[in-house]
Design a protein around this ligand. Structure first.
Ligand code: ADP
Ligand code: MG
Length: 390
């Protein structure tokens, strides 16, 4: 049992005056490459990271659900008979939304027992590392087991997505939950967002003397929500005008025709998606053939495409990327939805301290918020932690 497990177990006992019967955890994730491709039916290549959300749980003999978290003072209680999306809001919409969504995938909520859950986590919230999916997936694997549902992992990913879409109200794709459920140590998850086929791709970072450094800018620009919706609308318009179901159905060979048919802005949005899908495929191929030391140029090209064509970067992200590269990273890009959040820098182990120092100094010189820098390792997906308690 690790420190987080111990904390969750102790916090559960303090909050609920009873003993948890099990611990389950799920990781956050970072996307190595493939940005905004998910809702275009395209490809993504995320990895689960060694930052996790743990839930301590015990079922009840009545129909009450109680949820509590180290992130929140209150305990939220609701009856399983009143578990409908309209009744759920705030942070508890994530765990309670998962319970509701399991009902949409076959759990008979009319007869199942209630439960108490306490949540502890070391996944930073809002940094683009998907603390939301970590929470959803930890709850999903826990309830899948104690409610005896036997749902497979791809289905649990859809449960988490449904909770986020319908209960929380965030129009997100399936990537985050897939990474959190299917991730493996030192590997990425290659996901086809159309077929939902997933393949584990070995990374071999540490044998190659490389580390994946996260640079969390700790800024979130106010146009993030509107910007996301506008990018989705541009992609839909581009696909419609090009006469394809989704931008996934275009290749780089279609770009001259796209340029002739589309206005300049829509064309550049389309070009990002088309080239980014190709970069994901190229990254997977490069990892297989040449290894991770050869993917730096693809990361750099992805960042340029997001900065210039998709226009979702931010001054802080551009500075993080340029500075990390100058200080020894072999490839760097913003990751996540954009307009703030985090960048990743693939960095030779011996240069990690130099990159960290250079980024901190550059942010200070620009008067930017001090960023948070840390190394992550690809980790296993959601699981029960240890044996049943007691
Ligand atoms: P992220 O990029 O971290 O996924 P989101 O906005 O999608 O950012 O999700 C963050 C939200 O998820 C938080 O505001 C909170 O409502 C919920 N959340 C995540 N982790 C926890 C936790 N450990 N305890 C309670 N709520 C959490
Ligand atoms: Mg999220």
């Amino acid at each position: 049992m690790n420190d987080l497990d111990r904390a969750a177990q102790a916090d559960f006992a303090n909050r609920f005056n009873r003993t948890a019967t099990g611990l389950w955890s799920a990781p956050g994730r970072v996307n190595l490459i493939g940005e905004h491709t998910d809702y275009n039916d395209g490809f993504v290549l995320p990895l689960a990271i060694d930052r996790r959300t743990v839930v301590a749980l015990a079922t009840r003999t009545d129909r009450v659900i109680r949820v509590a978290s180290s992130f929140a003072a209150e305990t939220v209680a609701v009856s399983l008979d009143e578990l409908v999306p309209e009744n759920l809001n705030g942070w508890s919409a994530y765990p309670l939304g998962v319970a509701w969504a399991l009902g949409q995938f076959g759990a008979d909520l009319a007869v199942l027992p209630g439960f108490d859950i306490y949540v502890d986590s070391d996944v930073p919230v809002g940094a683009g590392l998907s603390s939301s999916a970590a929470l959803e997936c930890a709850v999903a694997v826990a309830l899948n087991e104690v409610w005896g549902l036997n749902l497979d992992r791809p289905t649990l990913a859809r449960v988490g997505q449904l909770a986020e879409n319908r209960v929380v109200g965030a129009p997100t794709g399936i990537m985050d939950q897939s990474a959190s459920l299917l991730g493996q140590v030192d590997a990425a998850v290659f996901l086809d967002c159309r077929s939902l086929a997933a393949e584990v791709i070995p990374l071999g970072l540490n044998p190659a003397g490389l580390e994946l450094l996260i640079i969390d800018t700790r800024v979130s620009h106010s146009h993030a929500t509107g910007g996301y919706a506008a990018r989705r609308a541009s992609c839909e318009a581009g696909a419609r005008i090009m006469g394809v179901p989704a931008l996934r159905d275009l290749s780089v060979d279609d770009l001259p025709r796209a340029q002739a048919l589309l206005d300049d802005e829509t064309f550049r949005r389309v070009r990002h998606i088309v080239t980014e899908n190709q970069r994901v495929l190229d990254t997977v191929q490069t990892l297989r053939v040449s290894g991770c030391a050869a993917i730096g140029d693809l990361l750099d090209a992805s960042h340029r495409s997001m900065r210039d064509d998709f226009e979702i970067s931010a001054p802080e992200l551009d500075l993080a990327v340029v500075t990390a590269r100058a200080a020894g990273a072999i490839g760097a890009r913003m990751t996540g939805g954009g307009f703030g959040g985090a960048a990743i820098a693939l960095t030779p182990t011996e240069f990690v301290p130099a990159v960290q120092a250079a980024v901190l100094a550059a942010f200070a010189a620009h008067g930017f918020t001090t960023p948070d820098l840390f190394v992550v390792h690809a980790a296993d997906g959601a699981a029960r932690d240890g044996s049943p308690l007691n």
